[in-house]
Design a protein around this ligand. Sequence first.
Ligand code: PEP
Ligand code: MG
Length: 591
Amino acid sequence: MTGTANGGEIRFSGLAVSPGFAHGVLRVLERGEAPVPVHAIGPEQVAHEAQRFERAIERTKAELLRIKDGVARNLGEGDANIFEAHLLLLEDATIVAATLKQLETKRLNIEAVYSHVIGRYVDVLGALEDPYLRERAADVRDVARRVLQNLAGAEGGLGVSITEPCILVAHDLAPSDTAQLPTDKVLGFVTCIGSMTSHTAIMARALAIPAIVGIEAPLHDIKALEQSVAVLDGYTGQLVINPTEATLAASGAAESRHAHVAQDLVRLRDTRATTTDGRAIVLSANLGRMEDLPDVAECGAEGVGLFRTEFLFADRDDFPSEEEQCQMYCRVADAVKPHHVILRTLDLGGDKLLPGTHVSTETNPFLGMRAIRFCLAHPEILRTQLRAMLRAAAHAGGHVKIMYPMVSRVQEVRQANAILAEERARLEAGGLQIPAIEVGCMIEVPSAALTAETLATEVKFFSIGTNDLIQYTIAIDRGNEELAHLYDPTHPGILRLIEHVINAAHQAGIWVGLCGEMAGEFTIAPLLVGMGIDELSTGPAQVPRIKRAIQCVSHAEMKVIADSLLNLHSGEEIRGRLDALARERVPELFD
Ligand code: PEP
Ligand code: MG
């Protein structure tokens, strides 16, 4: 037994991936994979096997579309996108071509060759270092399981009927299984493997089923405890089997506390981040991976204030083509309508390596060939990306904005804008109609902050990247744990730079946002509002809290508070005052 026992109760801990509490009996889902039949075929059977494959793919496609439509109806288009990815995997040209080729060369039945091809994909994905890409192996397996079931003539499904309320435990759950769980019966679920970024975890959050993954106990350990009563805590990742009275009382109290705050925050989803005296701040979300796109609408953000496009280039040996990029940008723009998406041009360099590169050769990469510097030194890469962005803007209308990262001198903006204008002209000469696009730059280097007046003549907006602005201003590596206590967003030097940038922007008649992690601190956001920020962009998980914090202050009072705090000389003191204010206005957020 891997769990820890105490007074009759047995505890397992894993990753809390979907918040909430569940209290009920354990039901273990043991689903043995059906053995794949393997037999030789004659040359005359090849065409027949290929047809069986085609029919199985068609049936699987129909099944996945059914699940996707169901999810879209019940949860919305965003969550249904997971099955869009499954549909793409199902018809993946490389997998299909490799299977048909092996059918010819190996002369084995279609189940055997298809499983072989899938097995190789799963092995390659499973061996990757990136946990996110490793999780995609589960998606490939899920799709393949359905195809194999259809080849065997059976409909895909969960394989057991769940008729009584329970906490479901499985070795793993495929996203399509999770989507089909009877939510009135499954109070919560636990899997032995999995991570935060698995689609199963994303589905669990979307379905609001409390869930823990990766408890790292073999399923048969839990099987021995089936039908025992258990409590699942989706906040801390604890599964307690045979809970004592004291555990039950403690989890009951925690549950009502969380429920209260959560209900309150969910109610904010369709509201705006408006202060009590009516100043509305645009509160948008940062996005790094296409898979997180559904979270943007779900958290109640107004579009995407920072799309870190370089993550689309990570873990690849090549740069995505213009077409590939264009499709992704269009998908984001379509998903966030009527709000906007700010597409940031590549911010490679620093700790973000170039495709196909494993280490940087620079002595000091954060002060090296990074972001706009890299792009201007490799104009073809920038041109391709800008063309993809312009085409996405043509597709989506005025909802696409473009932003340059790590600008340190005005010439960089001018050069990039000139390239943008050339690419626009070329596309327009080819007949494409491109709307006016707002182009902005990030302010994340002290020289940019201090010359904001000049930069403001070249762009339509600024977005302050405090993650880098803090590191470059206080001279602290943003990733150095030992110096983390000195990495202080409320350092008076940082606040004065931000104030300068906001004033310069407004004097030039342009808007200014802030998209560093600082935007996600609910104690600090009201100060930024008082300083005059127009937009904040932060991780989707932080959006509801920030909205709440902004809705509980007035712009007029925060302006007065900001003026007085900016006269203080100690970051600790500024933070202390902001904490005290937040404790008074939004005490529930401190829980
Ligand atoms: C920043 O520096 O604040 C920022 C948002 O950019 P990144 O974190 O991607 O460097
Ligand atoms: Mg940055």
